[in-house]
Design a protein around this ligand. Structure first.
Ligand SMILES: [Zn+2]
Ligand SMILES: [Zn+2]
Length: 330
């Protein structure tokens, strides 16, 4: 299948998302290799990445010979680079070697990659996956345990590992280790407890974000609210157009995620003020979430989406297809 000319890094990321569901994934893999060989990449520096992608696609279809060829070309293309992408490609090669019965070579390759566990979060996933694919769960558990100890030691002094900006790697290591220890039937230790605590926390954050209440400020109320509480611009946008576009995109996204029966909750300055009472601050997101919940329990909700030719939900008086519908693409 032909790919477009001058593939950019963003195009490659997109192919990565979609290739496995494509009708002809192996055709996509071959086209990626062609693009590399015929100057079809916008940035030739992406050659290694494109070939790694081809290898992953071929591996997913159990075309291990082709996968190995692609990944070895990828490693060649990376040359002397030493970063997360190269380490990921090398770990992928090890995984494919395991799957083709070349376990000794795979093990040697992974031993050289062991430091990547704490250096490159993105590659760490590949290293750990390769060990598991090779049935080396005990080795994976040992390596991950040591990597967790190192990561924690580096972060010693910070009060809560979960709040650190660089907690991503630590969290990943803890999570992998936790999973593998369950596979091995090992009892929980303190690091497993920490892993579970972080997993719960992350799930809560994701749920809170997914449930962001669609408070909708009709135009006059929007202007009034921002005049009274300028900080609300951070939540709802600087202009009413921005506010409407944000809501339209958010509702479109929720629909894409399978949600139905969506409505908009039209807020008013008077209503929010009443809800906040004497000691609540309307700029506080939890106060506004409470207000949105109270609106969600009452009448006056606006169903979304309207028919294309019906009046737009925003109250502009224009047809939906000429008003907020196109805003979701802006
Ligand atoms: Zn557990
Ligand atoms: Zn509209």
């Amino acid at each position: 299948m032909p790919l477009k000319a001058d593939l950019t890094s963003a195009d490659l990321d997109e192919i990565r998302q979609s290739a496995l569901g494509a009708a002809d994934p192996l055709g996509v893999a071959a086209s990626l290799a062609d693009a590399v060989n015929s100057g079809g990449l916008a940035d030739p520096g992406d050659s290694g990445y494109a070939l790694t992608l081809a290898a992953e696609i071929a591996e997913s279809r159990s075309k291990l010979g082709a996968a190995l060829q692609y990944v070895e070309s990828a490693i060649d293309a990376y040359g002397t680079r030493d970063d997360s992408q190269v380490a990921a490609a090398r770990a992928l090669r090890a995984r494919i070697l395991f799957r083709t019965g070349r376990g000794d070579e795979a093990t040697t390759a992974l031993e050289a990659l062991r430091p990547a566990l704490t250096r490159f979060p993105d590659a760490a996933a590949y290293v750990s996956a390769a060990l598991v694919a090779g049935g080396r769960n005990r080795v994976a558990e040992q390596w991950l345990s040591e990597a967790v100890r190192m990561a924690l030691a580096e972060r010693a002094g910070s009060s809560d590992p979960a709040d650190a900006e660089d907690a991503g790697l630590l969290f990943f290591l803890l999570q992998q280790r936790h999973r593998i220890r369950h596979l091995l039937g090992l009892p929980h230790d303190v690091h497993d407890n920490l892993a579970e605590r972080l997993e719960t926390k992350l799930a809560d954050t994701a749920a809170a974000e997914a449930d962001e209440d669609p408070l909708f400020w009709p135009q006059a109320e929007f202007d009034r609210a921002l005049a009274q509480w300028p900080a609300l611009a951070e939540s709802y946008g600087k202009s009413w157009d921005e506010h409407r576009a944000h809501l339209e995109r958010e509702l479109t996204r929720l629909t894409g995620a399978g949600r139905t029966g969506l409505t908009l909750l039209p807020g008013t300055v008077a209503g929010l003020t009443r809800h906040a009472g004497s000691d609540g601050d309307p700029a506080d997101p939890t106060v506004r979430a409470g207000y949105a919940r109270s609106l969600a329990a009452g009448p006056g909700q606006i169903p979304w989406p309207p028919e294309r030719n019906a009046q737009c939900w925003c109250g502009s008086g224009n047809k939906y297809k000429k008003c907020c519908l196109p805003r979701s693409r802006g």
